[in-house]
Design a protein around this ligand. Structure first.
Ligand code: NAD
Length: 304
């Protein structure tokens, strides 16, 4: 059986496929025309957020039984076309949860202790000790919006740091909340009470601009906002205003309404913001887990 690996895949995942006796064809991000040439005799395709597996590609692959997405989002796969042909689609939703959570907590520390700002100043030859007064995380209240896989990991770390944990989620998991010493409250209460608000919701109609001007104004002037979910969960314009006018104290952002973030974006001009280029899942461990989990599911489907 033949597997087309159409995106970079961790070597451990390749090993899983090889050990199952599959022939592997590797090509990084082929465009649609090239995919059409490649898929004629493959039993499985593995992609990441790229390339696009369109209806045309699926129709050109008579032997195709499974499409694997190393990661979470399936928007680059025509699920309807796959379903019509009875082709299974598998992914690895939990593979990066811990990595995203650790980045979110890293951003909390970076903003609370002005680490990125201090580093910038050092490189400018400025010893900015006086401007770098920070706060501790221990004893502070963190508000986790979206208590799913990533929110849970963040809350676990927050608990270990001695933080109080408030939670908001329309589908509250009380057992997990108990485990992290967390308390479910209304969104309004969470925003009013938290020293740090961290976002871990999917982007849905209901969560688009969930953090808007009105809600930013509910937060404490000393509060920090962390977004490692999706850029559009926050109204960026309102956030820039909030940071400039001191409605909140700072923000740590891994995701943006426009990615890549334009070089001259107002966020890049603010000292109380720490920015990272959507690297939540960019760890050795997350990439390995994502690849291996997908490879194992493919082996099971093709051999099962
Ligand atoms: P998940 O599905 O396990 O958890 C999401 C939680 O949000 C669920 O508990 C759900 O009930 C809750 N939720 C849904 N609507 C809500 C609302 N209106 N208000 C509050 N909570 C709501 O997802 P996850 O694996 O924890 O991932 C969360 C998000 O993180 C993803 O959707 C993705 O956008 C983002 N993410 C970012 C990166 C990165 O690189 N920064 C990597 C992976 C995922």
């Amino acid at each position: 059986m033949k597997v087309l690996v159409a995106a970079p895949l961790h070597e451990k995942a390749i090993e899983v496929l090889k050990n199952a006796g599959f022939e592997i064809v590797y090509e990084e991000y082929p465009d649609e025309n090239r995919l059409l040439e490649l898929v004629g005799d493959v039993d499985a395709i593995i992609v990441r957020s790229k390339p696009k597996v369109t209806r045309k590609v699926i129709e050109a692959a008579p032997k195709l039984k499974v499409i694997g997405r190393a990661g979470v989002g399936l928007d680059n796969i025509d699920l309807e076309a796959a379903k019509e042909r009875g082709i299974k689609v598998v992914n690895s939703p939990g593979a990066s949860s811990r990595s995203v959570a650790e980045l979110a907590v890293g951003l909390m520390f970076a903003v609370a202790r002005k680490i990125a700002f201090a580093d910038r100043k050092m490189r400018e030859g400025v010893w900015a000790k006086k401007q770098c007064m920070g706060i501790e995380l221990e004893g502070k209240t963190v508000g986790v919006i979206g208590f799913g896989r990533i929110g849970y990991e963040v809350a676990k770390i927050a608990k270990a740091l001695g933080m109080n944990v408030l939670l908001y989620d329309p589908y509250p998991n009380e057992e997990r909340a108990k485990e992290v010493g967390g308390k479910f409250v209304s969104l309004e209460e969470l925003l009013k009470e938290s020293d740090i608000v961290t976002l871990h919701v999917p982007l849905l109609d209901a969560t688009r601009h969930l953090i808007n001007e009105e809600r930013l104004k509910l937060m404490k002037p000393t509060a920090i906002l962390i977004n490692a979910a999706r850029g559009a969960v926050v109204d960026t314009e309102a956030l820039v205003k909030a940071l400039k006018e001191g409605w909140i104290a700072g923000a740590g952002l891994d995701v943006f309404e426009e990615e890549p973030l334009p070089a001259d974006h107002p966020l890049t001009k603010l000292d109380n913001v720490v920015l990272t280029p959507h690297i939540g899942a960019s760890t050795e461990e997350a990439q390995m887990r994502a690849g291996v989990q997908v490879a194992e599911q493919i082996v099971e489907i093709l051999k099962g």
